[in-house]
Design a protein around this ligand. Structure first.
Ligand SMILES: [Zn+2]
Length: 139
């Protein structure tokens, strides 16, 4: 009978240690997923940079070519529209772009969650009803 309890004790121990290992590997997976996502985002940014570098180069070397110039005009207009839409989107999503890394953070955020840059006080388009009343409440 005592063997039964000893064996049970061993079994419980081995189960709990394998559960701990499982949690360990889950944390590892979460960490790996996180760094994978970070790297993928960085790669996307990198591709974007390459894209605009190539675009700028082509723009300079083909400025005299009329057909290309027309396309460049169109692209310039599109870029303007995209910038406007992105600004609207940020306003709608209540996010702001980090001056340091360009990633979006919540408007209320004081620091960038990506690079840690400190945000200046929101100067752009503060709604008039958000004006804080400080001294006037005193009588
Ligand atoms: Zn940032």
């Amino acid at each position: 009978m005592s063997d039964f309890w000893t064996n049970l004790g061993r079994k419980v121990n081995s189960v709990s240690s394998s559960a701990a290992k499982k949690v360990d590997s889950l944390t590892t997976i979460a960490k790996l997923n996180l760094s994978l996502r970070e790297k993928e985002n960085d790669l996307e940014d990198c591709f974007e940079k390459i894209g605009s570098l190539v675009y700028d180069k082509i723009k300079k070397s083909y400025e005299t070519d009329e057909e290309v110039a027309v396309c460049i005009d169109e692209a310039e207009k599109l870029l303007e529209d995209i910038a406007k839409i992105k600004a609207d989107l940020r306003r709608a999503k209540k996010t702001k772009s980090c001056p340091g890394c360009g990633k979006d953070s919540s408007v209320e955020a004081k620091f960038c969650s990506v690079c840690g840059a400190k945000f200046e006080e929101p100067a752009e388009e503060t709604p008039s009803d958000a004006v804080t009343v400080t001294e006037e409440t005193k009588e």
